[in-house]
Ligand binder design. Sequence first.
Ligand code: DGJ
Length: 737
Amino acid sequence: MKLKSFILALSLGLATVPLSAQDILIQAGNTDLALRVGPNKRLYQIWFGEALADKSDYSKLSWNVYSGSDGSAAIRGWEVSACAGGEDYFEPALSITHSDGSQATYLVYKNHRTRDIPGGTETVINMADELYPVEVSLHYAAYPEYNVICSWSEISHNEKAAGITLRNAYSPMLYIKRGSYYLTEFSSDWAREAAMSSQQLQFGKKIVDTKLGSRASMHSHPFFELGLDAEAREESGEVLMGTIASTGNWRYTLEVDNAGALRVLAGMNSSDSHYQLPAGQVFKTPDFIFTLSREGKGKGSRDLQGWARHYRLRAGMEPRMSLLNNWENTYFYFNQEKLAGLMKEAATLGVDLFLLDDGWFGNDEHARNGDYAGLGDWEVNRKKLPGGVPALCDAAEEAGVKFGIWIEPEMVNPNSTLFEKHPDWAITQPGRKTYLYRKQLVLDMANPEVQDYVYGVVERLLSDGTPDGDSRIAFFKWDCNSPITNIYSPYLGSKQSNLYYDHLNGVYNVFRRVKENYPNVNMMLCSGGGGRCDYEALKYFTEFWCSDNTDPVERLYIQWGFSQFFPAKAMCAHVTDWNKGASIKFRTDVASMCKLGFDLGLSRLSEAELEYLKSAVSNWKRLQDVILDGEQYRLVSPYEENHMAVDYVNADRSHAVLFAYDIHPRYLEPLRRLKLQGLDPDASYLIEEINLMPGTKSELEGNASVFSGDYLMKVGLNVFTQNAMQSRVLELTKVKD
Ligand code: DGJ
């Protein structure tokens, strides 16, 4: 080590063994991210890609310097925290207006440290402006077992009372240099979530963002895939898969620069959100979670799913409850007796829980008999449910199922007692005609009093009828149907540009309190379908509702889309009456690939259908550890064929489940064998078709026979048919040698 570098290392008290004294290495299994402190003390990326075996080789890497600079000063390089006002003219990671009005910031390296975190190592690099008292710490949490990195920035300062304004705030920037880049984005709408489409990126920017305020998605989701050198494929090729953990306004910007490098920026959407940051307060950008797979999207998804189950998703390693929901069965029209009957139906079905949806609250002129009234008045409707929550819990207990309940506590109908009492608690603009989305307004979560109120809704419900403190409500479905409209926070006064960030942090404060105080209550995220599906909210929730669209054919696409980033365990899929043309078997087999639930009345089913459902529920419960905790292999894409198939394999590869679907095969379409994946090639597996309609026998060639894993993965099985909307579920059990 050169003397100068050695002295620098000593004076900084570096905790890690540097590659060269100025290099910092973030190691995420098969991927390394190497950063270098330049002679100008700024921080540059020198490598992001396949991990080198000999780490000292990174010292041989030259600077990624743009032509025109003199090299020795590394002026225009791949700066990870490039700020506005500097010499790089592309999208900066940070844009700060200082208290004197200056718009330029140059961040230099101060020191860094590493610490162990569950599953990995967190590296924190402290940067500061040389002229202004502004500090930025860059965080990289690396999870080697899953090849995942989670990065974010924290910004704070000690400038004058006027504070600083953040015009732009992304997590640290990533640079990639390849011949071509192919983006897969996930567009969305009500009932059309997670729709995948791809395009090649050319010079310039591609920006995807949202301005919804209270939910992560409506027209686009906070995740993307980037095929490097070729379009992202399922089983091969290099692909960067990234997702922004934000339930509010997020943005990703992908910019191909003049030298053909791609800059990846992910963070908050600063549109209408120039954040006024007071001295001493820390501003955190959303986590940007990413993995770089060299074995296609399938491996990237398995890594993200495994990482999420182990380190992110609330209760990620715990089992989930199957359930019967009443929403599509009753809508707002029910009473105690009707619900008690449905609880018995839930028990007949064999599911774990009965979930009471919207419509149980509000009284008198604010009774929730439609979406036009009652939100905010979280008192049980005395006419429909005279015995209140305790009677509902009693009925569930009597039926032998657990009880869960729907809430939407961040919202208020103007037609409610809450709004009459506290009109200033709603985000709405005084003096203008109010625009209502689903006849409701969003509560002003920037206001701590409102946060307490929202938390109190949960607290009161959980303590209702539970004198011993042991709550009888086992589950919440937490809905959020409206984006923020009529943008004005009565609480924030002149600091309106802080609304989106402060609102979101208010929401997270409540989520945090609920999780801390009620760790055993499972919670489903819902947002007018799949509008809340992000890895910040999922720290506090056990699962999310993918879509109100439960047509099984559509669900094959929706679930395929979400599975790119989320484990099956987090994805709620219910069997409903959507697409009655599809058999109950097809509908149930599609939902059985995720967290299974039902939203239909059993009385409308035939005896055979009910028998089938009971056995399908019992199979799902028996195989939950394979389906929800196993490795998922996407085998046939509905985007590419008239069929779809996925298999799940448990950790020791002794047990697997294959789901195969025929969607709309062409007339006399030639069928191909399906090769499975993830099995032990040296093991033998007994194949059994399950989820069969009563009275029918499996027509699968090879059913009840034993095959080697090698055969199943190289030759495969004839599981597809030429019939529309047909499905097959196969259980594979390793037989003793
Ligand atoms: C929207 C959700 O997506 C539905 O499942 C249902 O809970 C309704 N809200 C209730 O209003």
